[in-house]
Design a protein. Structure first.
Length: 95
């Protein structure tokens, strides 16, 4: 994860996103989706979520290769495109 020199100041909406995602993960839900337009703070929220649940196995999926590369760069988790992950399941014989 990338170290930041200044403490992050979350907006109310970002704070809600982070809390909801962490609650879902801690409750054992297997999928959590983080969406938003460019510049809305998805990467910032992702970093906070990962910091809050460091011992969880996280599979990162993104809609595009560019988004996957950016998320991988910021989080240290290898992200894949959704299509690539689905294709792997078909090849591996998992429906």
């Amino acid at each position: 994860m990338t170290a930041q020199s200044d403490p992050v100041q979350y907006t109310g909406e970002q704070y809600d996103w982070i809390g909801t995602a962490v609650d879902r993960i801690e409750d054992g839900r297997t999928e959590t989706v983080l969406t938003g337009p460019a510049g809305s703070g998805k990467s910032t929220c992702l970093a906070a979520i990962l910091d809050a649940v460091p011992d969880r196995h996280i599979v990162g999926l993104s809609p595009t290769g560019k988004a996957a590369a950016r998320a991988t760069e910021l989080s240290g988790i290898t992200f894949s495109t959704i299509h690539r992950a689905l294709f792997r399941q078909v090849i591996d014989g998992k429906d």
